[in-house]
Design a binder for this molecule. Structure first.
Ligand code: GCU
Length: 620
């Protein structure tokens, strides 16, 4: 190959790499709710575009940036002669945040592209400031444009992303932000095409502008850093450690960390590394726990920027067969939960939604919630922090992921990094889960071990888990999933009495595990249509579900001695396209202990009583 051709190819590769990285969403700044923001929530205009006419020409080639027929251009004709076949108007609007499925019947089952447009004026506070656009989440793929210029794209439906807006693009008047959202399912996506939940599409979480000075606090981590044996409910001379990451700063920049309530202040100088480590000793620290969710305001600042956060100091670790919270064994009285408001059949996104859902979990006497099967919105996590609910947070590596595909592993790792990056400072999260019910095979186990290692490398302060598989053999059920050798705890889903036999099947079931680790039953459940009553042998009746829970609770009392947690499936009925019994399901998975009308079923009280017993026994 002649020299010129070689040089040309080299330059093309560099340009492609540059474009990929500049147009791919950046790592997002942490704790946006602790910063000054300009909300873009509210009514957005939309165009439904199932054939992606706004993105591809009639030869299915991506349209040029200036193409007036591209839907990232405003669609307002330049003059009366202009041929423009699209447009945005107030006849067609969707609320943001919010899934589109629940906002209009035409969207209920829609899987495809919708273009969103938001017009706004924006006056910077200072010309030297920087401006970012931040999205709480978009399901599933987003292409983002401002004033006809592409800012970038993001893949993954349940974590934040942001783009810095170049000063040359942002205007004081007449900005228009356009987002192409595509929620189609793909075999090589995460999750893959097969899920037992509704494929809610749209800009499902908050959108905001964030203005910062040239140098600002981008990210940080602060956590208790001492042996469990030295911990008391109020710990004197408590050591906390962590790091601070600045954006735009040079080595030597001063960073201040303050905890006003404890009259503690620490100054450090930014090192050459991305993250500057620190540790400090608190004269005393009231530890955060499920019985005392104490949080301190922590202020991270530089000369011209400050971020305030509410931090709970606690320690979680495994000791033999026990899970220790602040050095004391804890039993996880849990329940599983989707991110869905059942009474309105929509994605949850607000603090009010979080209080409703987590309030129901508290009524159940829970101290633990398994957030299935994807990272939930930040309101749910922060509300759990304030209520003292422990959480399991999970990436949607669910069922039949394409484990043989390295690109899919990268997508899963990217989502894992985003989940941990957003919530690493949230005391409520004690477990990161790398997946759910993935079918055992050499490729799957290698894929999942790689995710466990990635999670441990990103956060050594929490437990790593996944819902593993069980070896069923009539009455002897063995927990020997090879992935269990790598996770910190062993968690399995079982449906004895629903998918296998009747509830009486539980009476003779025996359990054993080859792992000497804490064991959580991370799912079990039976369907019931709220308000349908019959004898307990009648499927779908509340009485059948109640009998199921009684037999399950009796079986839990016979579990091996490493049994330390229980999160039945599920708090509330939820929408699923896989649930098509015309009388009892009608597109709903009915295993909720609460119906889609918010009414409790009889089984709710069986679990509530079991947890009351455990709490009273305070078996630890
Ligand atoms: C599985 C899966 C859930 C699903 C449940 C069910 O265990 O983890 O996502 O909804 O079973 O069958 O209802």
């Amino acid at each position: 190959m002649d020299f010129n051709k070689h040089l040309f190819l080299q330059l093309a590769l560099i340009l492609l790499l540059f474009q990929t990285f500049t147009l791919r969403a950046q790592d997002f700044m942490t704790n946006v709710h602790g910063r000054e923001t300009f909300s873009l929530n509210g009514k957005w205009q939309y165009i439904i575009d199932p054939y992606e006419t706004g993105f591809y020409d009639y030869r299915f080639k991506e349209k040029g940036e200036k193409d007036p027929g591209a839907y990232w251009n405003s669609g307002i004709p330049k003059d009366k002669t202009a041929m423009v076949e699209h447009g945005y108007d107030d006849q067609n609007t969707l609320m943001v945040p919010g899934d589109w499925n629940s906002q209009d019947d035409q969207f209920l089952y829609y899987e495809g592209t919708v273009w969103y447009k938001k017009s706004f004026d924006y006056q910077k506070k200072s010309p030297s400031n920087r401006v970012f656009v931040y999205f709480g989440a978009i399901n599933y793929q987003a292409e983002v444009y401002l004033n006809g210029k592409k800012l970038g794209s993001h893949v993954g439906g349940f974590s934040p992303f942001q783009f810095e807006i170049a000063p040359s693009i942002l205007k004081e008047k007449g900005n228009y932000l356009i987002v192409k959202v595509d929620n189609k399912r793909y075999k090589d996506a995460v999750p893959t095409v097969n899920t037992d939940w509704w494929n809610y599409g749209g800009i499902t979480r908050d959108v905001m502008l964030i203005e910062t000075p040239p140098i600002f606090v981008d990210d940080y981590f602060i956590h208790l850093d001492m042996p469990s044996s030295e911990l008391q409910a109020v710990t004197k001379n408590a050591k906390v450690s962590g790091w601070v990451q600045l954006n735009g700063a040079k080595q030597g920049e001063t960073i201040t960390i303050k905890i006003p309530e404890l009259k503690v202040k620490k100054e450090i100088k930014k090192t050459a590394a991305l993250r500057t480590p620190f540790s400090m000793t608190l004269p005393k620290a009231e530890l955060w726990s499920d019985t005392n969710p104490k949080r301190y305001e922590v202020v991270f600042s530089t000369a011209n920027n400050e971020v305030r956060d509410q931090i709970g100091f606690r320690k979680i670790e495994v000791s033999g067969k026990d899970i220790l919270l602040n050095g004391k064994p804890v039993f996880l009285r849990g329940i599983c939960m989707h991110e869905e408001v059942p009474t309105e059949a929509r994605r949850a996104h607000s603090q009010e939604d979080a209080l409703q859902l987590l309030g129901w979990a508290q009524e159940l006497n829970c101290n633990f919630v398994r957030l299935a099967h994807y990272p939930h919105n930040e309101q749910i996590i922060r509300t759990a922090d304030s209520l003292g609910l422990l959480l399991w947070s999970e990436i949607p590596v669910y069922w039949t992921i394409d484990f043989e595909n390295p690109a899919v592993l990268n997508k899963a790792k990217y989502q894992l990094r985003e989940m941990i990056a957003r919530d690493r400072n949230r005391s409520s999260i004690i477990i990161w889960s790398v997946g759910n019910e993935t079918p055992v095979s050499p490729a799957r186990t290698e894929f999942m071990i790689s995710l466990v290692k990635e999670a441990k490398s990103l956060d050594a302060t929490r437990l790593i888990s996944a819902a593993l598989e069980v070896h069923y053999n009539r009455d002897m059920n063995t927990i020997d999933d090879p992935l269990g050798a790598h996770t910190d705890i062993v968690s399995v889903n079982e449906y004895l009495g629903w998918y296998v036999g009747l509830p009486s099947y539980c009476r003779t079931a025996q359990w054993k595990t080859i792992y000497d680790k804490p064991l959580i039953i991370s799912e079990t459940g039976a369907g019931a249509k709220e308000g349908f009553h019959a004898d307990s042998l009648t499927r779908w009746s509340e009485e059948y579900q109640e009998w199921f829970y009684q037999e399950q609770v009796d079986m839990m009392k016979r579990m091996p001695d490493n049994y330390t947690g229980f999160t039945p499936w599920i708090l509330v009925d939820f929408r699923s396209p896989k649930r098509n019994n015309p009388i009892y399901q009608e597109g709903w998975n009915r295993k909720g202990l609460i119906g889609d009308d918010g009414k409790k079923k009889k089984a709710f009280y069986i679990l509530e009583e079991y947890y009351e017993e455990i709490e009273k026994e305070n078996k630890y």
